[in-house]
Design a protein around this ligand. Structure first.
Ligand code: GCU
Length: 681
């Protein structure tokens, strides 16, 4: 039965002719004599993959005899001496895949400068086998574009998961460190197949206990499970730990006792976990403590932890997701205001982690104005993989196009070379100064059999990882590889699934928040519509704060006439988004408050145009359902039925969103439904 546990690592049998060719080409796996844990893990995966795909388990060895898949580091195989210079030149984690004749044998070389590259190269070769590459004539070279490719778990120590829709946390804290679920290794394999190399184990809304001396052995146990697959563990820590856990009178970063406490705690962590990754901190945001409590800046707040981690090679990730009620004029402006003036003041082992947009993981947001605005600070990306605002694991929404849209966006910021796209700013190629780069995703993994709650949400884990490896990859190409590995179905079914995925996020935008609307979800859980909510204590928690609909119009004016948030962007961007006529319709009501009869580029007036978008969203989901229905009998029954049930719920929810939104706006503007629009039954 296909329960989804194996993710995209199913290695389903190839057609007979290909299987025979593969077992001939890959009957042996050669491992260098002194292979370490990561090379062993690579060979294990090759064995598993070749056995599944070809039906025959390869023989493991180290002698040069007969066709083989060879794991090669520089200087390890005399027959491959010619490759040494190429291998040495590879960046950490990079690899080459090459079929060639060497030492009189036909071999497939998976080569790298270090064992990490062998691991990634092995997964890449197995992927190539399943995605139609000509593996008899292979010549590929790849390197990761980011130094850190991280998952952020929002997992609590009691195994609940904040914004998790896939069951309990995979970390069984109760049983650790003595008992170790086999899931930990399978999770690590999945991450390694994408090149993910850092895992933050716990929620950004952290508890001081995670650093307690009797908790750390649990963390060390997980580190041990992930280590052979090239992932370091990180912890989310609470800014006030010195006071709350250490019993100090305060947690003021200027207090020498606080600095000493962090140093001692970090030293203790590294004694247990010598390759510990570092900390992630959410400070002065949504009630979390932080440096502002002591009148200090974020840079000053980060310093004690950064200084404690640096001698150990540890990284401090400091989040820029901050907002407070102190200034309710426009929440979208606050992060920029709290960080940009302190550009250059963060230590060399600090990355400031910025959400893709300035509000909060909405179905669509313009890119965050901080990207490119802090050239002397290492900024990292924070995407959300778990779909807090896109229908949880119930709605099918492939996030590839959304990530791509943000990464491709041109910030037009100065201070570097070549196009100033978000991707190039983040991966450092814009600056070319060898900075520490990072892309993080808020994980959607839990203890459900299929890991992500729904089969298609596995694709979001996958696409995040692939883009964290290379932000220039295309979302449709990634969807294609995912489908090929996840569903063993022939064309045209595969392409039909890809098309469904590619359009799915835009469908969500249409039925939830078209034309730049945002943050209209119901209070706290964020699943259904809550456009009418206006009585929450803090203004910026209320949907009415964001849509600002009244009798005369709708939208948040962030232009020079309004909150002036546009001025945080580079001049070319500020000019474009500062005027409704030059703002793309997708972002219109994000930046402008417009009359209901405003003429959209389509020629339609805003009110009927808005309704048309809601309606289109519902139609798009209906079309997704119809597409999927055609795959009955092609997809295995278990996964077919699960996806079909979710799409049915999604269509109902899309109608709910459309009808509730239109009814609410109509109650505000008093306008009749345009001709041809039928009121909901
Ligand atoms: C959102 C989300 C919270 C989360 C926060 C964060 O506001 O709803 O659950 O804690 O983002 O990213 O810190």
């Amino acid at each position: 039965a296909e329960d989804g546990y194996q993710l995209w690592l199913r290695y389903a049998a190839l057609p007979q002719a290909e299987a025979t060719a593969l077992s001939r080409q890959a009957g042996r796996v050669l491992l260098p004599p002194k292979a370490g844990a990561m090379a062993q893990a690579a060979a294990d995966e090759l064995e598993r993959g070749i056995a599944g795909l070809s039906g025959r388990k390869p023989v493991r060895g180290s002698t040069w005899q007969g066709p083989a898949v060879v794991l090669a580091l520089p200087g390890q195989w005399s027959a491959l001496q010619l490759l040494d210079a190429d291998l040495k030149a590879l960046r950490e984690g990079g690899y080459v895949l090459r079929t060639m004749t060497a030492g009189g044998q036909r071999v497939t070389v998976i080569g790298a400068a270090s064992e990490r590259g062998l691991l990634y190269g092995s997964f890449a070769w197995l992927r190539a086998l399943q995605t139609g590459a000509d593996v008899a004539r292979l010549d590929q070279r790849a390197e990761p574009k980011f130094v850190w490719r991280m998952l952020n778990h929002w997992d609590n120590l009691d195994r609940t998961v904040e914004r998790g829709y896939a069951g309990q946390s995979i970390w069984n804290w109760w049983e650790l460190p003595d008992m170790r679920s086999t899931r930990y290794r399978d999770y690590a394999r999945a991450n390694a197949s994408l090149g993910i190399n850092g895992v933050v184990l716990n929620n950004v809304n952290s508890k001081p206990e995670v650093l307690a001396s009797d908790w750390l052995p649990k963390v060390a146990a997980i580190a041990e499970e992930l280590r052979p697959y090239g992932q370091k563990v990180f912890l989310s820590v609470r800014f006030s730990s010195p006071k709350e856990l250490g019993g100090l009178p305060n947690s003021d970063p200027a207090n020498p006792a606080v600095r000493a406490w962090w140093q001692a705690k970090v030293d203790e962590v590294y004694r247990l976990i010598p390759d510990f990754g570092g900390f992630l901190v959410k400070a002065n945001s949504e009630g979390q403590p932080g440096p502002h409590d002591y009148g200090r800046t974020h840079a000053e707040g980060a310093a004690p932890m950064a200084d404690a981690l640096r001698p150990h090679g540890g990284l401090l990730v400091w989040r820029a997701f901050v907002y407070s009620e102190a200034d309710a004029t426009d929440r979208a402006k606050q992060a920029y205001q709290q960080f940009v003036p302190w550009d250059g003041q963060f230590a060399s082992n600090v990355v400031v982690q910025v959400k893709n947009g300035a509000i909060d993981f909405q179905p669509r947001e313009p890119f965050h104005p901080m990207f490119g605005a802090m050239p002397k600070t290492q900024l990292g990306m924070e995407f959300q993989i778990t779909k807090e605002y896109l229908g949880f694991a119930t709605h099918l929404a492939y996030l590839g196009p959304m990530y791509e849209e943000v990464l491709r966006a041109d910030t037009h910021q100065p201070g570097g070379n070549g196009p100033a796209t978000v991707a190039r700013i983040l991966d450092g190629s814009f600056y070319g100064d060898g900075r520490v780069t990072m892309m993080a995703g808020v994980a959607n993994v839990g203890s459900e059999r299929n890991w992500s709650g729904s089969h298609f949400d596995q694709a979001n884990w996958y696409v995040f990882g692939r883009m964290a490896w290379d932000p220039e990859l295309k979302s449709d190409a990634i969807a294609r590889e995912w489908v090929q590995q996840t569903f063993s179905v022939p064309q045209p079914a595969r392409e039909s699934i890809v098309q469904m995925m590619q359009g799915s996020r835009e469908a969500v935008v249409n039925y939830m928040t078209p034309l730049g609307l945002h943050h209209l979800m119901a209070t706290s859980h964020h699943y259904g519509p809550g456009l009418w909510v206006s009585e929450l204590a803090r203004p910026e928690w209320n949907p009415v704060y964001y849509h600002r609909a009244d009798k005369s119009g709708i939208g948040f004016d962030r232009s020079a006439r309004g909150s002036q948030a546009v001025s945080q962007y580079a001049p070319a961007v500020a000019a474009r988004w500062g005027q409704p006529a030059t703002t793309e319709p997708e972002l219109l009501l994000w930046f402008h408050h417009l009359p209901w009869d405003y003429k959209l580029p389509s020629g339609q007036a805003l009110w009927p145009g808005l309704i048309a978008h809601y309606d289109l969203g519902v139609q798009q989901v209906a079309a997704m359902r119809a597409r999927w229905a055609q795959l009955q009998g092609v997809i295995d029954p278990e996964r077919f039925a699960d996806v079909a049930a979710r799409l049915k719920a999604q269509e109902r929810d899309a109608q709910w969103w459309r009808d509730a939104s239109i009814a609410y706006f109509q109650s505000v503007n008093g306008l009749p439904l345009p001709a041809g629009v039928k009121p909901p039954a």
